[in-house]
Design a protein around this ligand. Structure first.
Ligand SMILES: N[C@@H](CCC(=O)N[C@@H](CSC=O)C(=O)NCC(=O)O)C(=O)O
Length: 282
């Protein structure tokens, strides 16, 4: 697998790169960004956080608006931002070209339904292929990885982190979709990618996972109270209830007046990175 560097810029004493490669998981060319803190110049192995973006995003949204670099430089954290779906002429999209399914909306699952099953394999891409690819060429410690995300990406961070607690030792999310089986964005995505049998959805629903016994260390969630998607699509109270019932440690912080945007995310980004760094220190 050859990694191509599309751009490289010095930032906060480290290096911000955008790279592409042909993915075995998706069968397409995938683009991602990676920030290497100054410590990467000498260290043999550093902790890393994978950030999963939301609907309509590419790697670029958080790379340009997430304001993570100063904190990552100080904490010695590698920051990895993959795309949100496979892309390309041959990749099937939503038949109506809606923003909440298909291109830019892979929902971090391995699709089983035609015509999506061939390329929409973002679960395998994030859990397996991308970390392995990066560890082969960067000082990335695969035993010290965390996962975080926003909205659809928060859903991905929770489901991947709860499924692979040994692979993702810390989990946090901004305004995540916590119960895709119970909200319109999730119901559309899971039925389109996985079919109508709802038992298959449970592995990709954070509330259902916790109800079924999945566990991780303490999870951090920040949620803006002025988020336009809060009541219909996000519903953090469902995750809080499931975690309380199951004894899964959760810190859910309602942030007064914040919306769903990168103004909200960037405000609390450094906090989340410090949370991960503490848990990935050794
Ligand atoms: N109708 C909107 C919806 C898109 C949107 O708000 N996307 C969010 C993520 S939503 C959940 O996954 C986002 O991060 N947008 C990118 C950004 O830079 O803000 C639309 O089509 O704009």
């Amino acid at each position: 697998m050859t990694l191509q560097t599309l751009s490289e810029s010095r930032a906060h004493g480290g290096i911000q790169r955008v790279c592409s490669h042909v993915s075995a998981a998706t069968g397409t060319e995938m683009t991602f960004s990676v920030f290497l803190p100054p410590a990467a110049q000498n260290a043999l192995s550093l902790p890393a956080v994978i950030y999963l973006s939301g609907l309509t995003c590419t790697h670029a949204n958080v790379t340009e608006k997430g304001e993570f670099r100063a904190a990552c430089a100080e904490l010695g954290l590698i920051f990895i931002a993959p795309d949100t779906s496979p892309r390309g002429e041959a990749v099937p999209d939503d038949p109506a070209a809606a923003y909440d399914f298909g291109l830019g909306a892979g929902f971090y699952v391995d699709a089983t339904m035609a015509p999506y099953a061939t390329n929409y394999r973002m679960w395998s891409y994030v859990a397996d292929e991308l970390p392995q690819l990066l560890a082969a060429s960067l000082p990335l410690d695969l035993a010290r990885m965390g996962i975080m995300g926003h909205s659809m990406g928060g859903h991905g961070a929770l489901t991947l982190g709860l499924t692979y607690p040994e692979r993702f030792r810390s989990i946090s999310a901004f305004a995540p979709i916590v119960a895709p089986s119970q909200v319109p964005w999730g119901q559309k995505a899971l039925s389109g990618y996985l079919g109508e049998d709802r038992t298959a959805w449970r592995a990709h629903d954070a509330v259902a996972l916790v109800e079924s016994g999945a566990r991780s260390g303490e999870i951090l969630i920040d949620q803006g109270s002025a988020d336009a998607f809060l009541a219909e699509q996000l519903r953090p109270e469902l995750f809080k209830a499931a975690c309380d019932q199951a004894g899964q440690p959760l810190t859910l912080r309602m942030q007064a007046g914040y919306d769903h945007s990168y103004y909200f995310i960037s405000t609390f980004m450094a906090d989340h990175l410090a949370w991960h760094a503490r848990r990935l220190a050794t």
